[in-house]
Design a protein around this ligand. Structure first.
Ligand SMILES: Nc1nc2c(ncn2[C@@H]2O[C@H](COP(=O)(O)OP(=O)(O)O)[C@@H](O)[C@H]2O)c(=O)[nH]1
Ligand SMILES: Nc1ncnc2c1ncn2[C@@H]1O[C@H](COP(=O)(O)OP(=O)(O)O)[C@@H](O)[C@H]1O
Length: 306
């Protein structure tokens, strides 16, 4: 194959073009369905040249939004001084500022929120969070640091940053954690402050999958954080999931189930409970809560005139 490497391959180019078109269509669908906000798509386009968002034509982007028919899109483009066929990523600085101003009007509600997803061991927090990661990429998730050992299949820097006790001590000392806790009387876990703050500053909501002690600390330091409790359909099902996962010894399982009883009792402290009977259904409910929280905040700000 090396002989052909420098030659243009029309078939491969065609496949790449089809793939790129599909990716742009997915962005348009997500905009139309309200799964992604127009501000998020525009900011992503400007951050990542070459991304599907950047290559989306402004006319198609605007036409994907609810309530934007061809006439309204045409008028908008004339108002913003955007030429026909212009791609989002190709807008100059002046046009980007104009688009941001317009977004303040059409999408005033999107203020990023900090969301906590807590609940007893093995209820499915990790599974639901992963579904959200795969289907709703605009919602960021932070990677916690932990002193526990990696389980088979867990990747350092993806599932957790696996650190030593000494490293964890240093991170506490240097105030690197937004919150941290010793969980199951065993290992320490902490949320990195800087990456969470950076995501919020960029306009993305951040989902934290943390334990009850962490949830309480977040409530203290971020009073407008939204606390979601993921509950099992029943106690027996919770035990089945813990045993079924097969990652703990019998004595570790006992310890986790003791913690689980305390955690289940804390449910009234949360803003909402979501029962994880079906993963996709629970994940959609989590996302609905996030979108509602973002919109709610905007409405409140609009009312107070800011
Ligand atoms: N406070 C806090 N808890 C965390 C953090 N990361 C993970 N946890 C919680 O630590 C607990 C143990 O997680 P893990 O070791 O993955 O075990 P599992 O809950 O049995 O899957 C879970 O309740 C997690 O939600 C964090 O950064 N801070
Ligand atoms: N809705 C569900 N129905 C059935 N099994 C589930 C569901 N959600 C998660 N599980 C399973 O339960 C086990 C524990 O899930 P996990 O995400 O590791 O829990 P947590 O992160 O809350 O400790 C896993 O084996 C997972 O595949």
């Amino acid at each position: 194959m090396t002989a052909g490497a420098a030659m243009p391959d029309p078939a491969a180019a065609g496949r790449a073009a089809i793939e790129a078109r599909r990716a742009r269509a997915a962005v348009k669908r997500a905009l139309g369905a309200g799964q992604r906000g127009p501000r998020d798509v525009a900011e992503r386009a400007w951050q990542e040249p070459g991304s599907p968002e950047a290559l989306l034509r402004f006319s198609e982007y605007a036409a994907s939004l609810r309530g934007f028919g061809p006439t309204r899109v045409e008028r908008l483009m004339a108002d913003l001084g955007i030429a026909t066929g212009k791609r989002l990523g190709a807008l100059g600085n002046l046009q980007r500022e104009r688009v941001r101003g317009w977004l303040d009007d059409v999408d005033p509600s999107r203020r990023p929120r900090l969301i906590v997803l807590a609940g007893p061991t093995a209820v499915g927090k990790g599974t639901v969070a992963q579904y959200v990661r795969e289907h709703f990429p605009q919602i960021r998730q932070s990677v916690s640091a932990t002193t526990r050992a990696a389980r088979p299949g867990e990747i350092d820097g993806v599932h957790y940053a696996f650190v030593s006790d000494a490293d964890f001590d240093r991170m506490i000392e240097e105030r690197e954690f937004l919150e941290w806790a010793t969980v199951h009387n065993q290992s320490r876990y902490g949320t990195p402050r800087s990456s969470v703050q950076a995501a919020l500053d960029e306009g993305s909501s951040v989902l934290l999958e943390i334990d009850l002690q962490g949830a309480r600390q977040v409530r203290e330091s971020f009073p407008d954080a939204v606390l979601l409790f993921l509950a099992p359909p029943s106690w027996d099902e919770l035990v089945r999931r813990l045993v079924g996962r097969g990652t703990e010894t019998a004595s570790e399982r006992e310890r986790r189930l003791e913690t689980a009883k305390v955690e289940l009792a804390s449910q009234p402290e949360f803003d909402a409970t979501i029962v994880n009977a079906d993963v996709a259904e629970a994940a959609h409910q989590v996302v609905e809560r996030i979108l509602a929280a973002e919109a709610d905040d905007g409405a409140a700000r609009t009312r107070s005139g800011h």
